[in-house]
Design a protein around this ligand. Structure first.
Ligand code: CA
Length: 514
């Protein structure tokens, strides 16, 4: 794009015989100046992108969002150097549907089977779908996810001893290093591109979510082997002294050590940054394991917060962010990189695992003043921290109340990188780039549909209003402008508004999307 523009300009201002001699000098200076500006413009139009998607971090979990019992200096720095959003939403209040919507720009509730995926799920996104990664790859980006995938693998039940595909690489990523599902689900191994890392062929992996397999002890059978207690749903195969959801056998050498997961993912993310070639933009998607359960901080973070291991893994997460920012600084890339930090759903204080510090977790509300938690349709389920930094392009130290969803990043990044999406791509997403960049008056999107783990009931946000569907009772209505804590249900007082919003939600449901 840049070169032809320079060429045209050169033609337009090139010295002609009838012009005074000094104009040629002027033209060369102007040309050089323009070339420099054009190069800067190209850099501006295709910044590197680092998207850090934390897991289960709530609206009140970071210092820059009001937390006082944990310290998040690196995230606070990011907020100081960039903009902090107060009305950003994860689209769903649990992992898998948020990730589906984030990558495809399509509401997950439109596709059955996109609820929380087991560790042996098949790939939930059809190869060929335009994704956040494929769009950026089309724009010339080097693309890589490092972290937690949780969107299934393969066309049939995955064989963890063979090539695991289709997966991230078939959806537009050039490189992938990831946890297949979650930290609390089998298989407890990392995958790099198509293969389990460190797998000994003589010790093949088998995974089951239906029945007990193999001879590995379970949490129910051998609670004496556990380093943290677990409830019945998390009491199947024991790996690294922690019982999981699901069974697995084999893969002993490939199994992760929970205390080292953050270090491993951080090291891989920084390595991805370090091997990028200058001149080619990159997209690093870093969906962290932290702070999903089991919350098992590395020993160096234990006891560093005031609210138990849950706070300690927030410190660990902040450290990861710091390492990524330091890597950008070290390579002189901070000015040319858009960094976004957000979360896949709201926070929760869970008791599925008991590390002995659970009582301390309650010293700080994960979602601040918001009502509800992960898994719910109240704000605490889906309103998440959202910080964006791009020096010189995103106002520093600004707070924005623009409404946006993680689902909107696909078309926003497409606009940012001058990509025209094909018809039907990202059907539920809105280009919120002006709001993201802090353009005066940019207010993001008007409406947003929110879900929990299921396809129904849903919630609809429209301006300040929020309708929460209830299947076994009347719907709820809140005015978030005056009642951000969803304390006063206005449904009985405003039946016409409830009806109007319900009709809008029904219209959204009825839309036909690819
Ligand atoms: Ca999550």
């Amino acid at each position: 794009m840049t070169k032809p523009r320079i060429h045209l300009l050169h033609q337009a201002i090139a010295p002609r015989p009838n012009r005074r001699p000094h104009f040629g000098t002027f033209a060369l200076v102007a040309l050089a100046l323009f070339a420099t500006q054009a190069s800067a413009a190209e850099s501006r139009s295709r910044p590197n992108i680092v998207l850090i998607l934390a897991d289960d971090i709530g609206y009140g979990d970071l210092g820059c969002y009001g937390a006082t019992k944990v310290r998040t200096p690196n995230l606070d720095r990011l907020a100081r150097e960039g903009s902090r959003f107060t009305d950003a939403h994860a689209t769903a209040s649990v992992c898998t549907p948020t990730r589906f919507a984030l990558l495809t720009g399509r509401y997950a509730w439109r596709q059955p089977g996109t609820g929380i995926a087991p560790g042996d799920a098949t790939l939930l996104i059809k190869p060929g779908t335009v994704t956040l990664a494929s769009s950026l790859k089309s724009a010339g980006y080097s693309t890589g996810p490092v972290g937690k995938w949780h969107l299934g693998l393969g066309e049939t039940t995955p064989d963890f001893n063979a090539d695991l595909k289709p997966g991230p690489l078939e959806l537009g990523f050039d490189y992938a290093f990831f946890i297949p599902a979650t930290g609390d689900r089998t298989p407890c191994v990392f995958v790099e591109n198509h293969r389990v890392v460190g797998l000994d062929p003589a010790d093949p992996i088998t995974v089951s979510y239906d029945k007990r397999i193999g001879t590995d002890p379970t949490g129910l059978e051998r609670p004496d082997l556990l380093k943290i207690k677990a409830d019945a749903s998390h009491s199947q195969t024991i790996v690294n002294g922690i019982s999981r959801i699901g069974y697995m056998t084999g893969g002993k050498k490939a199994r992760w050590v929970d205390e080292d997961i953050a270090d491993t993912l951080t090291q891989r993310a920084v390595a991805f940054l370090d091997r990028q070639q200058s001149g080619k933009p990159f997209f690093l998607f870093l969906p962290t394991h932290d702070i999903h359960e089991p919350m098992v901080p590395h020993p160096r973070f234990r006891g560093t917060s005031e609210c138990g291991w849950r706070g300690d893994v927030i410190h660990q997460l902040d450290w990861t962010v710091g390492q990524v920012l330091a890597a950008l600084d070290r390579r002189g890339l901070a000015q040319d990189t858009l960094v976004i930090f957000t979360s896949d759903n709201g926070g929760a204080i869970k008791t599925t695992y008991d590390d002995g510090t659970n009582a301390l977790h309650a010293l700080q509300s994960p979602n601040g003043v918001l009502r509800g938690t992960k898994g719910q349709l109240y704000e605490g389920g889906h309103r998440v921290p959202f910080i964006s930094r791009w020096p010189g392009h995103i106002p520093a130290g600004r707070t924005s109340d623009a409404l946006l969803g993680l689902i909107d990043l696909l078309p926003s990044f497409a606009t940012l990188t001058a990509q025209k999406l094909p018809p039907g791509a990202a059907p539920d997403a809105v280009d919120v780039l002006p709001a993201l960049l802090g353009a005066p008056g940019a207010q993001g999107r008007d409406t947003l549909v929110l879900q929990s783990n299921r396809q129904s009931p849903l919630a609809l946000r429209a301006g300040p209003w929020k309708l929460i569907e209830r299947q076994n009772g009347p719907h709820e209505l809140y005015d978030l402008a005056t009642d951000p804590t969803e304390s006063v249900n206005l449904a009985a007082r405003a039946p016409a508004r409830v009806q109007a919003l319900a009709q809008r939600l029904a219209a959204e449901r009825a839309k036909s999307t690819p």
